[in-house]
Write a protein that binds this ligand. Structure first.
Ligand code: PGA
Ligand code: ZN
Length: 423
């Protein structure tokens, strides 16, 4: 039996230099576990909110001392001596203690930190790798028989625009997606080869090789189409078979270019209405062998979502990120309306881990593809790699094969792949 002996939160920095929370939980028999919380940049209107100090004198209001205080002074004392096996009850208690729709009282950052620490302590007590414990817990909780058979297919970020970029591209992320039959280690090699190939191409053309926070290049291109073309050029030069070994992906994140019910993308000059814009996107899907189409439409354009899923849902995964934003109510509406066929799960968006598992389960029983995603603001904590494998997600999105906080997750997947081969 592992009783909670202490929970301590502290303020650290994420990969952007913005404060976030780290926590440490110690049990009565000396187990110590840690957790760090990521944070988004292009926030969906409907996602759970983080608790930030809003004190302009510290880190332009982004400090998390208040959240740290809530954990250390209000939550931790109540959990001392509690058995970590009461994980589900602790999560329920946290959600109840918050009591708001978007967790604005305690913050998704505080809730996820405590939830994760308790869960990790249970895995450590069982002496199981985290991914194995996630799998066992998920199967037992939801009466499932999901076996640990694969590493989720990675979606690698190559070029960034929108809110994640620094220049003039509208779409937020341009990806390459290897065939799901390729072993993970080999996909990583593909991705590095493409990534360095892009860098060489930009350098040879005297173009900028700056990168975004997620590691994708932020070249000064004019249209979104040019970004797809450049990635294609690199793949062709590497003799990688497009449409067989590698596919394209995109996260449009249209909040950046959507205004007054119009989509203003530079490719078309003028602002487009939903129908004209959908025609443009549908054409891209066919032209570039696109398999991942994330947030093609604005988050409240339900009619557009239904239309695009009807048109290209058989060829590509129409992925809801901001459209669903980790919110079960919104997910149920999306399922009912058949408005997408895949959903992004962001670790810090749903509240507690219990809610995240229930959310993933709802996706699974409704035949929706499951994508586990990092955030723009990350830490070197690789927990999402274990969660994604344990839940046997279909895809993972951890950024470019560059930058320490992204690489930490890929390195963990390499390790898990080796371990799975020996099971
Ligand atoms: P975020 O971006 O972490 O800034 O939300 C990731 C995404 O939109 O997929
Ligand atoms: Zn997104």
């Amino acid at each position: 039996m592992a009783l909670i002996a202490s929970i301590k939160a502290r303020e650290i920095l994420d990969s952007r230099g913005i404060p976030t929370l780290e926590g440490k939980l110690t049990t009565s028999d000396g187990i110590e576990v840690y957790a760090q919380i990521p944070s988004g940049e292009s926030l969906g209107k409907h996602e759970g909110v983080e608790l930030r100090d809003k004190d302009p004198k510290r880190y332009v209001g982004m400090g998390v001392l208040q959240a740290k205080g809530i954990i250390n002074e209000a939550i931790a004392p109540k959990l001392l001596g509690v058995d970590t096996k009461s994980f589900a009850e602790i999560d329920q208690w946290l959600v109840k203690a918050d009591g708001t729709k978007y967790y604005s009282k305690l913050g998704v950052n505080s809730l996820m930190l405590v939830s994760q620490l308790v869960f990790k302590a249970n895995a450590a007590e069982r002496k199981l790798p985290l991914y194995e414990y996630v799998n066992e817990y998920y199967n037992a909780t939801f009466n499932q028989k999901v076996s640990l058979s694969h590493i989720p297919t990675p979606i690698y970020n190559m070029i960034n625009g929108g809110k994640h970029g620094t220049k003039n591209l509208d779409f937020q992320e341009f990806h390459i997606v290897p065939s799901s039959s390729t072993p993970f280690a080999q996909t990583l090699e593909f991705a590095v080869s493409c990534y360095t190939g892009l860098k060489d191409l930009f350098q040879n053309r005297n173009a900028d090789v700056s990168v975004s926070e997620e590691g994708g290049f932020t070249p000064s291109l004019f249209t979104n189409t040019e970004a797809f073309e450049i990635i294609k050029e690199v793949l062709v030069s590497k003799k990688i078979k497009i449409g067989v070994d590698i596919f394209a992906g995109v996260d449009c994140a249209p909040a950046y270019y959507y205004n007054n019910k119009q989509y203003a993308i530079k490719d078309q000059g003028a602002s487009l209405n939903s129908k004209e814009y959908i025609d443009f996107i549908v054409n891209l899907v066919g032209k570039y062998n696109m398999i991942i189409l994330e947030d093609p439409l604005q988050e409240d354009d339900m009619k557009g979502w239904k239309e695009i899923t009807q048109q290209v849902g058989k060829q590509a995964y129409i992925v809801a990120d901001d459209f669903v934003a980790g919110n079960m109510e919104r997910l149920n509406v999306a399922i009912e309306e058949q408005a997408c066929n895949a959903v992004l799960v962001k670790f810090n968006q749903v509240g507690t881990l219990s809610e995240m598992f229930a959310f993933v389960h709802q996706l699974r029983v409704n035949n929706m593809k499951i994508l586990v995603s990092h955030r723009l603001g990350e830490t070197t904590d690789a927990t999402i790699a274990d969660i994604a494998v344990g839940l046997q997600a279909d895809f993972i999105k951890f950024g470019s094969p560059a930058r320490g906080e992204r690489i930490a997750k890929y390195n963990r997947l390499l390790e898990i792949e080796t371990q799975l081969a020996t099971i």
